[in-house]
Design a protein around this ligand. Structure first.
Ligand code: HEC
Ligand code: HEC
Length: 290
């Protein structure tokens, strides 16, 4: 074998001396030294790692390593540290007078951040992630408030909700004028035309004129003589082209027929006082707070 070793003319590299089929020879090209060293060091490093850190899965457990390191414990520590850092602010918000929070820039920014997070988690399914609302679920960014848009009113709405079983829930039911036959079809049509005319979108002036009387007798008690609404009764402003249930003739007729009766849950059983305050400050900050 050793006899067959020679320097290959084409490559200038020595052969190993292995020959197959009489003329097929193998060049002697060992792995580069640096590559081998990297591999040896990796092997030593990984053995050290197995000894020190959690590494090998066992039947129902795993090797824990001598350092007792656990990612879970590290995360738990970080969460606890985060909570501790927040506790100071949560406590301050809990104690602060609601109306004074906007005057304290540090508390205000903490409350808005906390309120934003709580809103995405609890309120977005109904009011939308950007609080833009959907049909039947009011937009909270605008200046149009059904139940009042100052901090205290917003907090009251969030705390006790609307038309639910909470004792202090906001309550007020528009009569089902059609369903309960309180008005005739023609009167409902006329009232709808009058309501639409209040925001300049009616199409039948004669009907609107007749509807004016129907409105004064049946609707003004809640929506106001001028139709501008009443936050005490949760009766929406009907003159501003902002519609909770839609502003087509059909939508308005349906509102008069059924009274709608939107429901929002109370949050005092699910969220802490501090979180509700944060939410009130956040909603108030969205642009349309009063
Ligand atoms: C299950 C659906 C639902 C959820 C969840 C919900 N809301 Fe509402 N919310 C409503 C409805 C419906 C109304 C309007 C009710 C009405 O007056 O007709 C409303 C009204 C409001 C109003 C009054 C708006 C105004 O113009 O006066 C505020 C403020 C409000 N919601 C805040 C919140 C906040 C903050 C949360 C989260 C903690 C939340 N809502 C979660 C359904 C919901
Ligand atoms: C007892 C008070 C009350 C009376 C009376 C009343 N409403 Fe309402 N109305 C409300 C309340 C409260 C709402 C909001 C219902 C909801 O959010 O589910 C409402 C909602 C509406 C809406 C829907 C507004 C929107 O933004 O989509 C229309 C339209 C309307 N009323 C018209 C009338 C007309 C017309 C009459 C008279 C025929 C009338 N209402 C009588 C309390 C009243």
């Amino acid at each position: 074998m050793a006899d067959n070793k020679r320097v290959d003319e084409v490559t200038g590299v020595e052969t190993t001396g292995h020959v197959w089929d009489d003329d097929l020879e193998e060049l002697n090209k060992p792995l580069p030294k640096w590559w081998l060293w990297v591999m040896y060091v990796s092997i030593i490093w990984s053995i050290g790692y197995w000894i020190l850190y959690p590494a090998w899965p066992l039947a129902s457990d795993y090797t824990k390593g001598m350092l007792g390191y656990s990612q879970r414990a590290v995360v738990a520590e970080q969460v606890a540290a985060g909570k501790a850092a927040q506790a100071k602010f949560v406590d301050a918000i809990q104690k602060a007078e609601l109306s004074s929070i906007p005057d304290n820039p540090e508390l205000l920014s903490f409350a808005i951040a906390g309120g934003n997070a709580a809103f995405k988690e609890n309120c977005a399914p109904c009011h939308g992630r950007g609080a833009q609302g959907f049909k039947g679920y009011p937009n909270l960014n605008d200046d149009d408030w059904i139940w009042g848009g100052d901090l205290a009113a917003i907090k009251q709405t969030i705390t006790h909700g609307i038309r639910n079983a909470d004792e202090d829930s906001r309550q007020s039911d528009m009569p089902k004028f059609g369903k309960e036959e309180l008005l005739e079809k023609a009167q409902i049509n006329d009232a709808a035309e009058y309501v639409l005319s209040l925001s300049g979108s009616g199409s039948d002036a004669a009907a609107a004129e007749r509807g004016k009387e129907v409105f004064a007798e049946n609707c003004a008690a809640c929506h106001g003589e001028d139709g501008k609404g009443n936050p005490e009764l949760g009766a929406p402003n009907l003159t501003d082209s902002i519609w909770l249930y839609g502003g087509t003739k059909q939508d308005v007729v349906t509102s008069i027929n059924t009274g709608r009766g939107g429901v929002m849950p109370a949050w005092n059983t699910r969220l802490s006082e501090a979180t509700i305050k944060e939410l009130a400050v956040y909603v108030h900050s969205l642009g349309g707070g009063q």
